[in-house]
Design a protein around this ligand. Structure first.
Ligand SMILES: [Zn+2]
Length: 280
């Protein structure tokens, strides 16, 4: 199984990788720039080479880049649309440079224009951003919790954008907390089976490339995006046991994005995941 965490890279790539090694992770996710936006620092040739070398040496694969949350692909505002397009372009190039398999993004919010128009905007923005892309990185659409006017919270939303993308290098990331908050039950074996079948029927499991494993601080259908420690939220240990042992999910990389403040927090959560997955 490929299990990893969303790690910070403030202290440089080398420290980030050594931390992953210490935590016995074999996959990882990171921002390639400040998550608050602003102009991205150019990646140096040396640090890129070192990063790729360390990932290879320590068998960290896949590497996933998460795009900053501030971008809104569904926006009706032309300026923000342009900003979102340029950020996707830039981050796809940065992800490719770093040897990342995937770039993950949230679609954003329609801000009152309605879901349909919001989804059209997302498709338009992504098709513009990826028009001349010839890198190796695959773009992944992540499901959202459906807070406020967010789009991308149903499997139908994901399928629709995916279908209209001109690139073949696109897929889906399923976040368990967001899915649960959006109303897809995951709290037990039957519930997980039903949700996975639904995902397969509408999006297709071959398009599912990544799982964000997060428990939910709020109840089913709350539309609140608040991640909890694995097993400590409303999805609970039964839910994660079913997710981690699901025959059709077993090969999908599993990245934790829990609100960890220290390595102890990560260690505790990784231990729970490995125990529930039957790896220890
Ligand atoms: Zn996520």
């Amino acid at each position: 199984m490929r299990i990893g965490i969303h790690t910070k890279i403030n202290a440089g790539f080398e420290k980030a990788i050594l931390r992953l090694v210490k935590l016995k992770c074999n996959a990882c996710q990171m921002f390639s720039r400040s998550p608050r936006g602003g102009k991205a620092r150019a990646l140096g040739e040396g640090e890129v080479r070192l990063f790729r070398k360390l990932c290879e040496k320590h068998d960290i694969n896949p590497v996933i880049i998460h795009i900053p949350y501030i971008l809104n692909l569904a926006t009706p505002d032309p300026k923000m649309h342009e900003y979102a397009v340029s950020m996707v372009k830039e981050d796809m190039a940065r992800a490719n440079l770093l040897g990342a398999s995937y770039l993950v993004l949230h679609m954003g919010s329609h801000r009152g224009q309605g879901v349909e128009k919001g989804l059209d905007q997302v498709t338009r923005a992504l098709n513009t951003a990826l028009r001349n892309y010839d890198g190796e990185t695959t773009l992944l659409l992540e499901n959202t919790s459906g807070a406020g006017s967010e789009v991308g919270y149903t499997f139908e939303h994901l399928a629709r954008v995916l279908k209209d993308l001109e690139t073949q290098k696109a897929g889906v990331c399923f976040d368990t907390c967001h899915g649960f908050a959006a109303g897809y039950d995951l709290a037990g074996q039957q519930e997980v089976d039903a949700t996975v079948n639904e995902l397969d029927r509408i999006v297709g499991l071959s398009n599912l490339k990544l799982i964000h494993g997060n428990d939910s601080m709020f109840e089913l259908g709350s539309h609140k995006d608040r991640h909890a420690d694995i097993g400590k939220g409303y999805i609970g240990e039964e839910g994660f046991k079913a997710i981690l042992n699901h025959q059709k999910l077993r090969e999908k990389p599993f990245i934790l994005e829990i609100p960890a403040e220290s390595d102890e927090d990560w260690e505790r959560n990784l231990k729970t995941v490995r125990r529930l997955a039957g790896l220890m």
